[in-house]
Design a protein around this ligand. Structure first.
Ligand code: HEC
Length: 110
């Protein structure tokens, strides 16, 4: 009986250890729901498709800062950029509903 309990405890410790190790992969696209930004579908799409160039916090990287892009462009203008590309930015990174959601989300960034 005692031995069984010990095995159980060790098993639990092992599982907890593994869970702790797996906690570091925040930006692999696996969403744990802890990130507040991920509640918005537009934010999620941005995170997956745009953040590599524009930065996870929209402050820019290879692409420009988009934190105030909504005061520069309307949703339609952003949709147009997404459909046609702009300078170094490729066209059709996202299309359809995804484009619509991310454009709406960005247009609100003022
Ligand atoms: C391969 C890198 C790359 C990716 C991926 C990318 N962009 Fe861009 N984006 C750029 C670059 C570079 C520019 C600047 C283009 C220029 O003005 O010459 C830009 C410009 C923009 C602009 C216009 C900004 C301005 O002030 O004129 C918007 C809006 C934008 N991107 C949105 C997005 C969205 C939304 C996504 C994801 C669906 C995305 N981008 C994905 C590189 C990227």
């Amino acid at each position: 009986m005692k031995k069984k309990l010990l095995t159980f405890l060790m098993g639990t410790a092992l599982v907890m250890g593994l869970a702790a190790c797996g906690g570091g992969d925040k930006d692999t696209g696996k969403d744990t729901g802890t990130d507040t930004a991920s509640n918005d579908p537009g934010a999620k799409i941005f995170d997956q498709k745009c953040s590599s160039c524009h930065g996870g916090d929209l402050t820019g990287g290879m692409g420009p800062n988009l934190t105030k892009v909504g005061s520069k462009y309307s949703k339609d203008e952003i949709l147009n950029i997404l459909a046609n590309g702009k300078g170094q930015m490729p066209a059709k990174v996202v299309t359809g509903d995804d484009a619509n959601q991310v454009a709406e989300w960005l247009a609100a960034k003022k």
